[in-house]
Design a protein around this ligand. Structure first.
Ligand code: C5P
Length: 412
């Protein structure tokens, strides 16, 4: 068992039922182990037709259980012992037949037996369906899925896309990294359940001509981490992103923009329908006053005296300040970021007043751009408080907890 990683000190029972997606379960076992979990694999007889227990033992580092009559357990009660230490049971893939067994409370095999025998309040059951689209769409399957949900199971996916049978549609099992992230999210406290959060992230790009522009080194990592942490905490999240190379966190609605003006146009209507607005984007303060319709040619762009072109700037809208000035009924709880290179707290305090927001998060800009770790200081009317240093996701989770405690609920 590992002390580090997102799933450190978690013990996961990974169940495989029969399906081609068993090959993804091998990857999932690896991902869970890499994230710090201990993984106990349990396979049905059908699963063993698709992938061998040898592979799963090698990847999980533990002998696999396949049989309810397995005599290795001292009391011969594998179905009880296996779940007593578990933090979760994850069945991936879950076949249509296996879901039907769960729905009926059957206990024909070790895996269905242990799902039934687990202490349901303490050990959640997460189920990743994998089947042909017709099987998934069948009313019997849909009925069974609704039943296991009602019984407390968490259903992860399925995704839509190409299927092993050659058809295209709903029923594909989520990928291993998606399932790992779902499991990580499952363990996060739901401090923003039922709430809405809007976040801006990344740089803006202010065009000079069709191929050139002015931008900055913001990677978007902090804003994306906040979007992910808020979604993990149960919020419905909208992320307005400048040009960045970051994958969209699961469950987050993303709107891509380029310039500050586009970002403002995307943010304003959304801000009015979200309870919280977190502005992490490194918005360009100025944009070129004129955008050339065609690429500026090196020689043709010189003036009469042969001088290279000078760029005139105009000021960009301040997105955060604009949202903070919305009428109270439309205004979300606003959180600004201040990336400074010196006098971090003093500048943050000035910004608090200038932007008219209740909370500014200060960080060391040049030291944080593109990095995975960061330090954050929360500055508000009461004072300032540093969050313990950590990676951006850990900090984002801490910040989300702070926001959850401060942001008033908006009347429906
Ligand atoms: O004014 P300054 O750029 O230092 O303030 C930073 C904070 O304001 C960040 O939260 C940033 O996302 C936001 N901001 C904005 N629109 C701008 C400039 C900054 O929303 N044009």
């Amino acid at each position: 068992m590992s002390d580090t990683g997102e799933l450190a000190r978690r013990h996961i029972v990974l169940g495989l039922s029969g399906g081609v997606a068993c090959y993804k379960a091998a990857d999932l076992a690896r991902e869970l182990v890499k994230a710090g979990a201990t993984v106990q694999v349990v396979m049905t007889e059908a699963a063993c037709r698709f992938i061998t227990p040898v592979t799963m033992q090698a990847l999980s580092g533990r002998p696999v259980f396949t049989n309810q009559w397995d005599a290795r357990e001292g009391n011969n009660m594998a179905h009880i012992n296996l779940t007593r230490e578990a933090d979760a049971v994850v069945v991936a893939p879950a076949s249509a037949d296996f879901i039907a067994q769960l729905a009926q409370g059957r206990a024909d095999e070790l895996l269905s037996l242990l799902c039934l025998a687990r202490p349901a309040q303490a050990v959640p059951l997460l189920v990743a369906p994998a089947m042909n689209r017709e099987m998934w769409a069948h009313p019997a399957t849909q009925r069974n899925v609704a039943q296991i949900r009602a019984d407390g199971a968490f259903v992860l996916g399925p995704a839509a896309g190409d299927q092993a049978c050659g058809e295209i549609g709903d029923g594909r099992m989520l990928e291993a990294d998606e399932l790992r992230d779902e499991l990580i999210a499952h363990f996060q406290p739901k401090v923003l359940a039922g709430r809405t959060l809007l976040v801006t992230a990344g740089p803006t790009f202010e065009a000079l001509d069709p191929v050139r522009g002015i931008t900055n080194l913001s990677s978007g990592k902090m804003g994306f981490a906040i979007a992910r942490a808020a979604a993990e905490a149960g919020a419905s999240v909208t992320l307005v992103a400048g040009p960045v190379h970051q994958p969209t966190p699961r469950g987050v609605r993303r709107i891509d923009v380029s310039s500050a003006e586009q970002m403002l146009a995307a943010v304003l209507p959304e801000a009015k329908v979200h309870e919280v607005f977190v502005a992490t984007a490194a918005v360009a303060d100025w944009r070129p006053a004129e955008v050339a319709a065609q690429k500026m040619k090196k020689d043709a762009s010189r003036d009469g005296a042969g001088r290279v072109p000078a760029i005139a700037f105009v000021e960009n809208p301040d997105i955060l300040a604009t949202v903070a000035r919305l009428p109270a009924a439309e205004r979300p709880f606003c959180v600004g970021f201040a990336a400074e290179s010196h006098d971090i707290v003093r500048h943050a305090r000035e910004k608090l007043a200038r932007k008219g927001v209740p909370l500014i998060v200060a960080n060391d800009g040049p030291a944080t751009f593109g990095r995975d770790d960061n330090t954050l200081v929360l500055v508000d009317a009461q004072g300032e408080r540093a969050l313990p240093p950590g990676d951006k996701l850990t900090l984002a989770r801490a910040l989300v907890a702070e926001i959850a405690a401060r942001a008033p609920r908006r009347p429906a």
